[in-house]
Design a protein around this ligand. Sequence first.
Ligand SMILES: C[S@@+](CC[C@H](N)C(=O)[O-])C[C@H]1O[C@@H](n2cnc3c(N)ncnc32)[C@H](O)[C@@H]1O
Length: 298
Amino acid sequence: MKIDITKKESGSMTPESRIYVYATEMVSSYYSLLDLKNKKVLTIIGSGDQILNAYFYGAESVTGFDINTRSPFFVDLKIQAIKNLDYGVFLGFFGDTHANGNLDHNTYLKFRNSLQDNTKTFFDKIYGEATGGNIVKSEYFRDRAFLKPNISDINAYLINEDSYLKMRRILLDVGPQYIVGNIIDIAPSFLTENYDVINMSNVFNYFVGRKDERTADMLDLLKVLYKTMTPDGLLFYYSYSPTIYSEGTVPPASRPETTKRVRDLGLFEIEEKSFIGTNGVHEDKITILKKKQHDNFK
Ligand SMILES: C[S@@+](CC[C@H](N)C(=O)[O-])C[C@H]1O[C@@H](n2cnc3c(N)ncnc32)[C@H](O)[C@@H]1O
């Protein structure tokens, strides 16, 4: 399927937008190209997969941020599901493809008691509204059924039962912090933190949208995020293969001229790493910004 970004609702990311059931990018492909061991990670929350896989690859601590107030509820649901459900039941509940999750109510009831109160309130409400229907098909969830990659190719924690049980063991000792808000508004509050790795997912594609002039805001945001990185820290963002977009519509944030403008800031060494993308044929990539030491920019 081709995406025409001229038709994309760039305002579709809101405090109450639809939830992603699974990540829509090749998370374990890119984390396995980075060293996350004992690192402090900041990542978008989304479906929770960027958080879970960060722990799986050895992160010491993970802080999730997201504009969507519902994202932390969904991560709580996933974490408690991992702790309480067998591997096969988890895959039945969330789906073993992007198309067949059911969040079946009876399975939910098996571990509902272990959820945080606000998570229970949220899910009780949407199960109530669905009156027995599949809540994944409701207005609360994003339909990504067209995505073909195996769920286990996206998520290292779902490769097999062993990896799932490893994830469960890790989650006995750790748990994410959440910061809810628009990255523009919340980034300045990160200034007291020092992150080794910042995963921006493809937020810039939404943030800049198709308005070239908003690239300047992306650059301003990168200057703020630079200050939150440890001296050896890195920040990266995701770009889908140009082949998934209608011709000529690659989003400005993913264009080479934008990478050049990022380089011209003088704050980062830039490296791009590619891997088989979500369409299974063409390559997606992450653009990695490694912090340069810069005495004049404090
Ligand atoms: C960029 S979206 C796209 C999905 C992504 N490719 C994935 O695999 O999850 C991921 C998350 O970023 C969040 N997001 C988008 N724009 C944001 C912003 N300006 N500030 C904070 N979070 C944002 C969305 O709410 C969503 O949960």
